[in-house]
Design a protein around this ligand. Structure first.
Ligand SMILES: NC(=O)c1ccc[n+]([C@@H]2O[C@H](COP(=O)([O-])OP(=O)(O)OC[C@H]3O[C@@H](n4cnc5c(N)ncnc54)[C@H](OP(=O)(O)O)[C@@H]3O)[C@@H](O)[C@H]2O)c1
Length: 279
């Protein structure tokens, strides 16, 4: 059998939901080279959805979109998880020959909840990607049930590696923690970059220059951390000379509870993800 890679991909993928994360992942998969005719998208109204350099049709018809799918990606808000999974289940029960792999991006919703709502045996995978999927730089945390066999797992890895790096875990608590860390993570850095940009502007730097400087700084710092043998603490200390500017700034953050604020923010995001499975 020929090795599967995204450029000879031939498995239809149906997205249920056409919002932020669906568009980001679709954009990344298109950029990686999957032909657009393998995608079907279901949402609440018909339209053309801009993705990467093209536009994909969105339908409201679950039957036509789900029937021949090899992968079904659930990309709706947690409150809609049960409704949407039940609609997928009713199509699968009546029409599907080869059972598809169902992938859920939905925060907090557990594999056992999905298993309850979908027909047995369905290969189920929780994937927590992030918005950088649109430039094929997602951080995706993945956990599957035991219906996903080795061949399907390899196939799925081909898909996930097209949008960035993926990390397998075997405990759903870790998926929920990853939701708080890497799923929400880009927003924390955008927020911090906004705060720093605005402070620089308030002190007299032009807005556009301040924005370019902080964005390039975040990019440089992340690239350095990813390529370095050094851990984050060492990298930080290397910028922090004794009695220098950075030391002044970091001391102020430490004394002002900055560390605890971020720790509590992450814990709250994690708790929120856990709440979704019980509400
Ligand atoms: N945003 C992120 O960065 C991110 C990252 C990782 C995981 N997630 C998870 O991904 C899920 C979606 O998040 P999002 O930010 O993409 O939300 P979003 O932008 O609000 O998109 C939700 C989508 O669900 C669609 N939808 C609503 N009811 C539907 C139905 N009955 N059938 C089919 N589609 C329906 C909406 O359709 P219309 O477009 O027609 O309104 C919309 O496209 C959430 O559970 C979130 O936790 C998000």
């Amino acid at each position: 059998m020929a090795e599967i890679n995204v450029t000879n991909w031939n498995a239809p993928i149906t997205f249920i939901g056409a919002g932020n994360i669906a568009q980001a992942v679709l954009g990344g998969l298109l950029r990686a080279g999957i032909d657009e005719h393998y995608f079907r998208i279901v949402a609440t109204r018909q339209r053309m959805l801009p993705c990467a350099m093209t536009q994909l049709p969105v339908t409201t018809d679950y039957v036509s979109a789900v029937t021949d799918a090899h992968y079904i990606v659930l990309a709706v808000k947690p409150a809609l998880a049960h409704t949407v999974a039940s609609r997928v289940a009713s199509v699968l029960s009546s029409t599907h020959n080869t059972p598809p792999v169902v992938i859920s991006f939905i925060a907090g919703i557990t594999l056992s909840q999905l298993q309850e709502w979908l027909p047995l045996p369905t290969a189920l995978v929780r994937v927590m990607p992030n918005i950088a999927a649109q430039i094929c730089q997602s951080t995706s945390v993945v956990m599957a049930n035991n219906v996903l066999d080795e061949r399907k797992k390899q196939h799925l890895e081909t898909l996930l590696s097209a949008i960035g790096r993926s990390y397998w875990v075997s405990d759903e608590m870790q998926v929920d923690l990853a939701t708080a860390l890497s799923g929400s993570g880009p927003a924390y850095f955008f927020w911090l970059a906004e705060v720093l940009r605005d402070a620089a502007v308030a002190n007299g730097l032009p807005h556009s220059l301040a924005e370019q400087l902080i964005v390039q700084t975040v990019f440089g710092a992340a690239t350095l951390a990813r390529n370095s043998e050094m851990d984050l603490g060492t990298l930080r200390r290397n910028v922090t000379s004794v009695r220098g500017t950075t030391e002044h700034a970091i001391q102020y953050l430490e004394e002002g509870n900055g560390r605890n604020l971020f720790a509590e923010a992450l814990t709250r995001a994690y708790r929120r993800a856990r709440q979704f499975s019980t509400s």
